[in-house]
Design a protein around this ligand. Structure first.
Ligand SMILES: Nc1ncnc2c1ncn2[C@@H]1O[C@H](COP(=O)(O)OP(=O)(O)OP(=O)(O)O)[C@@H](O)[C@H]1O
Ligand SMILES: [Mg+2]
Length: 378
């Protein structure tokens, strides 16, 4: 059975006992709500009592927006489901509740985060809630510290490594974040006028060596359960509470990758709000508070390990943040925060500034001492 709007009612009737939200005879209203590239996301509600609803995420065996000629294993949803389980256990309330996972059909039934906004859209609107950044810092700190290699018995580490051996999705990130943007690749694009900056970047051997080193860290450092795609589009905000979604890239990897991605998207937002000083100032505070709450939470598990471990995570995070910024400017997937700027000279100036900052983060990621040193460069 292929899952689509026409076949979903039957599917849901067959599975109502497992999903346990609707009865078999409930009349259902189904709409597609996903705006993503890889999967389809539906909202299913009781036609008579629309407050009874759930969200279904389905992974077709290919990349949704490209079609069946671009196969991609549906196992990505198995990793997302496993990550939801781990998150619910270690940071309950930070993710949607998972009602059911159907591995055969690659469908997760989960809590409907009704009336939530996407964090990226809030940032674009200039609405910066420091408490959300703190919640994400706490979420990462809790998950990373409780799954951190040095805090666990080797048997438990082994289990995490096996459960999160998400090599297919890791390879996609390796290509699109660490490799393609710095080569001639058909998926790269940029605003005309940015060429001189890109040429400089591609000719910078120090930068290229550091990018290659960070790629090695990404591919080989197996340290903690890492979300793998924690940008501001993967956070929904519901009633002032941050909820993390879209964990299909979850892997056992370097925790700095999550912090770096999250920070990078705040920095991109920072540059997009050029000349709006109060918004920029709030974004800076959000970055600081992410790290404060992260380190506090990390220290709860084992204070003695904390200092050196956190310093290493910090350095990785800074480097990853730089590469995430760069690939969002010149690689395949740009961010709405900047793409939405219609005044092209202004867009170009935002992108130049962001590119220079991203480059500096990569080149100085080992020498920057703490989060205030990053902000001092803004
Ligand atoms: N539990 C939920 N409650 C409410 N809305 C949700 C929920 N999960 C996902 N959505 C909506 O669907 C969108 C896409 O979800 P998600 O990012 O998980 O899909 P995806 O196909 O993996 O996206 P991408 O291609 O960006 O990876 C979200 O931005 C959000 O608007
Ligand atoms: Mg996704």
């Amino acid at each position: 059975m292929e899952l689509n709007l026409a076949t979903l009612p039957d599917y849901l009737r067959q599975r109502h006992a497992e999903i346990r939200i609707f009865e078999s005879e409930t009349e259902l209203h189904i709409e597609e709500i996903g705006d993503g590239n890889l999967n389809t996301v539906y909202r299913v509600s009781d036609a008579e009592r629309p407050e009874r609803s759930l969200v279904l995420k389905h992974a077709p065996p290919y990349i949704k927006i490209l079609g069946p000629d671009y196969p991609l294993s549906t196992e990505r949803l198995t990793y997302e489901s496993r990550a939801l389980d781990v998150y619910n256990q270690l940071a309950s309330g930070s993710v949607p509740a998972q009602y059911n996972f159907d591995a055969e059909m690659a469908v997760i039934a989960m809590e409907d985060l009704r009336d939530a906004s996407v964090l990226r859209d809030d940032l674009i609107a200039g609405s910066i809630d420091i408490a959300i950044a703190e919640q994400i810092g706490r979420f990462m700190g809790s998950v990373h510290s409780h799954t951190y290699i040095e805090n666990l018995d080797s048997g438990v580490v082994q289990q995490y490594k096996q459960q999160f051996a998400n090599t297919t999705m890791q390879a996609i990130t390796a290509d699109y974040v660490f490799t393609f943007p710095y080569t001639e690749h058909e998926t790269n694009f940029w605003t005309p006028g940015l060429e001189p900056d890109i040429q400089r970047l591609k000719a910078d051997t120090d930068f290229l060596a550091r990018a290659a080193h960070l790629k090695q860290i990404f591919l080989t450092m197996q340290q903690a359960v890492t979300h793998g795609d924690l940008h501001t589009g993967s956070v929904l905000v519901q009633n002032d509470t941050a909820k993390v979604i879209d964990a299909e890239f979850a892997f056992y990897g370097p925790p700095g990758f999550d912090i770096g991605l999250y920070w990078a998207n705040y920095f991109l937002s920072y540059f997009s709000h050029q000349n709006t000083l109060d918004v920029q100032s709030a974004l800076k505070t959000a970055v600081v508070q992410t790290w404060r709450t992260y380190t506090t939470e990390f220290g709860v598990v084992d204070a003695t390990l904390k200092a050196q471990t956190l310093q290493n995570i910090f350095h990785d995070a800074v480097g990853f943040a730089g590469l995430e910024m760069l690939r969002r400017l010149i690689g395949a997937a740009h961010v709405k925060d900047i793409e939405g700027i219609t005044d092209i000279p202004r867009k170009l100036s935002v992108e130049r500034a962001a590119l220079q900052f991203g480059l500096t983060l990569v080149k100085q990621h080992q020498s920057l001492r703490d989060v205030t040193a990053i902000l001092a460069m803004l």
